[in-house]
Design a protein around this ligand. Structure first.
Ligand code: NDP
Ligand code: MG
Length: 407
């Protein structure tokens, strides 16, 4: 991509067209990415799309976007994907290796929007191949933050933050020297249980947890948001992304989700990133960076919002936040452990095997067990982190089996 400035929706010339791979194309972030690309008057070209287990949705998207390659993680969907793409000229492939192949297709930018730890290997492959990665998948950095950042530096590539708070902070930081930053603050909407009592939260159903007041997102992150685990994951993400320690990372609850992140400097100045709560804003920013594009994303109208409120998070009612921050402060690979156990716990909650309250309990118990038996250690490589992730998952599954047997 060259840096020629284009105004608004002026059609792009072939030289300006930016090629994109979308990992997790059928999800919430993936579909928003597709919408921005479709409305971009040809500023982007989609090289490849990858999805998990929905061949029809992936094929439809691949056709709409004119992708060259479509990869589905679930091999059992291959025949349906191939059939749905017949006559289109789009190559179909399935399995984990196919998703990595999609990640490695030539592209100016790779959107990393697979949900959960499944995104780690393909996103890391793209990064290692020198691609600029727009990173939505925070689990990559929670699971293997240090190896990811080392690889990005070694490959000379950029990780552009899609997560709204990190994107706002990235924009608010500019090229500031880290020594001049006193505090980075991430805001949290507080989720659907912001005003609930501990007793009510403990008994919350999946339907209640999935009913987020401000954001429409995939199920895993929505449940994470309801217990503020998402904010804990985001503080860990920010630690690696921006290279600041836990003492300079703060969280405030801001129910309106208008101010997404703040950067306070040593001279008392504070810069902040504001936008309407619409993921298309940070997605568009990453896709066009360092340029700006014109999108149909929601616009911020502060007079319509009226009041902006800010409050301290309640660690008593939201223990997952405390568990996540403890994991960051302790280090020794605990973010990797936390991430793995959380994914198993959230899936168990959604399958009604455990209560909402049990999610944080199970994750904390997994962290303690991993410290006690030596599983927890600072991962040197992504493979090391994924091996630890695997061991923690196995243990968490066995805890769930024991619970079921005792019930
Ligand atoms: P969704 O659940 O909506 O989408 C997940 C996507 O990943 C789907 O396309 C899914 O495919 C795909 N997928 C799952 N497993 C694999 C796999 N093994 N290989 C390839 N693709 C796979 O999630 P979201 O879009 O909400 O979130 C994606 C990521 O972005 C998460 O890490 C989340 O934390 C982060 N994020 C999301 C935000 C949001 O507003 N949604 C905000 C900030 C961050 P299929 O459709 O077939 O299941
Ligand atoms: Mg976020």
């Amino acid at each position: 991509m060259n840096n020629t400035r284009k105004s608004g929706q002026e059609p792009a010339t072939a030289r300006d067209v930016r090629s994109v791979v979308i990992l997790g194309a059928t999800g919430s972030i993936g579909r928003s990415t597709a919408e921005i690309i479709s409305g971009s008057a040809g500023a982007f070209r989609v090289e490849a799309v990858a999805g998990g287990s929905n061949p029809l949705a992936l094929a439809k998207l691949a056709r709409t976007l004119g992708a060259k390659f479509a990869a589905l993680a679930d091999p059992s969907g291959y025949a349906e994907l191939k059939e749905s793409l017949s006559g289109s000229g789009i190559k179909a492939a399935a399995g984990d290796a196919a998703v990595v192949e999609a990640a490695l297709r030539p592209a100016d930018i790779v959107m990393g929007a697979i949900a959960g730890t499944a995104g780690v290997a393909p996103t890391f492959a793209a990064l290692s191949a020198g691609r600029t990665v727009a990173l939505a998948n925070k689990e990559c950095l929670v699971c293997a933050g240090a190896p990811f950042m080392r690889q990005a530096a070694a490959a000379g590539t950029r990780l552009l933050p899609v997560d709204s708070e990190h994107n706002a902070i990235f924009q608010a930081m500019g090229d500031a020297n880290l020594d001049t930053i006193e505090m980075i603050t991430l805001t949290a909407s507080g989720g659907p249980f912001r005003t609930w009592t501990s007793e009510a939260i403990a008994k919350a159903t999946p339907e209640q947890a999935l009913n987020h007041p401000n954001w429409s997102m995939g199920p895993k992150i929505t449940v994470d948001s309801a217990g503020l685990m998402n904010k804990g994951l985001e503080v860990i993400e920010a630690h690696y992304l921006f290279g600041v320690d836990a003492a300079r990372l703060d969280i405030i609850v801001h129910a309106q989700s208008v101010v997404h992140g703040l950067v306070a400097f040593t001279d008392g100045s504070v810069t902040a990133g504001l936008a309407a709560p619409d993921m298309k804003v940070p997605i568009a920013h990453c896709l066009s960076y360092p340029e700006r594009s014109t999108t149909a994303a929601r616009r911020l109208d502060l007079t319509a919002t009226g009041q902006l409120t800010f409050e301290r998070p309640d660690f008593e009612r939201f223990p997952a936040l405390r568990v996540a921050l403890d994991a960051l402060r302790t280090g020794r690979g605990l973010p990797t452990v936390l991430n793995a156990a959380n994914e198993i716990a959230v899936a168990a909650f959604l399958n009604r095997l455990i209560s909402f309250h049990d999610i944080a309990r199970m994750v904390e118990e997994a962290c303690n067990a991993a410290l006690a038996d030596g599983t927890a250690h600072e991962p040197e490589t992504v493979a090391d982190a994924l091996a630890m992730d695997h061991a923690v998952r196995e243990r968490a599954r066995s805890v769930l089996r024991q619970r079921a047997a005792c019930a």
